[in-house]
Design a protein around this ligand. Structure first.
Ligand code: URA
Length: 249
């Protein structure tokens, strides 16, 4: 039971145990009180009266999210969503974590709720790398602050890995403001998931982000060059690597 509910994305195994203890889970209309109750695929499992959707098969995709798409299943403002982009796949898959509306890049989409929960949980410290465009040149003090941790309103960030990816690049268009005429590209690796973390970190050290793209999620990267708006299935090896990363075998 715990495994089935965790895999359906209801909650982590431990949270499912709490739901059972609180008497909120039923199987075929009967309240479940025993941990580890066996269930089969035909059983109707409900949490708080709501039927849990189950898919027998697990699907894993890597999407290159374009800018201008929200990372939720539904958007009250009617903007397009990552779930809509994935409409052609055989099961309903959900995003593992979030990318902002104005951030592009790699996003894992799956119906494996247990893996998704773990990949998102900060205790597993899954690394995410972002390519960041800012108005440069970036001072050495700012780089050092990012590497040591930056004070944000919701606490200090853990040390980040930061590398310069390019020197200053001149924009082709002529800008009136000379300061905004050039920008620098950094690669920033973090393993937390605070809201708008990279944007806030860079803003806090004096370099507001101009453009942001996630180029790696754990062992997954852009080696196979996925274009924005495109997705592909993860290989067996990639799924195994993701599972191993969060203690699932
Ligand atoms: N950090 C951000 O600021 N935005 C994202 O979308 C992801 C990380």
């Amino acid at each position: 039971m715990q495994k089935v509910l965790a895999q359906a994305g209801v909650a982590s195994r431990r949270q499912v145990e709490r739901l059972i203890a609180e008497g909120r889970v039923t199987v075929n209309g009967e309240k479940v009180s025993v941990m580890g109750t066996k269930v089969s695929s035909g059983d109707a499992i409900c949490v708080d009266g709501a039927l849990i959707e189950r898919s027998d098969k697990l699907y894993y995709y890597l999407l290159n999210k374009p800018v201008g798409v929200v990372t939720t299943a539904r958007d009250p403002q009617g903007r397009s969503t990552v779930v809509e982009i994935m409409q052609g796949v055989p099961a309903r898959v959900y995003p593992v974590g979030r990318l902002d509306f104005d951030t592009a890049g790699l996003l894992v989409m799956t119906n494996d709720g247990e893996l998704a929960h773990r990949l998102m949980h900060p205790s597993y410290g899954v690394e995410k790398t972002y390519r960041v465009w800012v108005h440069g040149p970036v001072g050495i003090n700012a780089l050092e602050q990012l590497r040591q941790g930056v004070n944000l309103s919701d606490g200090k960030t853990a040390p980040a890995k930061v590398v310069r990816r390019s020197g200053l690049q001149q924009r082709r268009t002529v800008a009136v403001d000379q300061k905004s005429d050039s920008f620098e590209v950094l690669e920033v690796t973090i393993h937390e998931g605070k809201n708008r973390q990279v944007r806030r970190m860079l803003g806090a050290v004096g370099y507001p982000v101009v453009k942001l793209e996630r180029i790696a999620f754990g062992p997954l990267n852009q080696e196979r060059q996925l274009l924005p708006g495109n997705y592909r299935s993860l290989t067996k090896e990639e799924v195994q690597k993701l599972r191993a990363l969060v203690g699932l075998t």
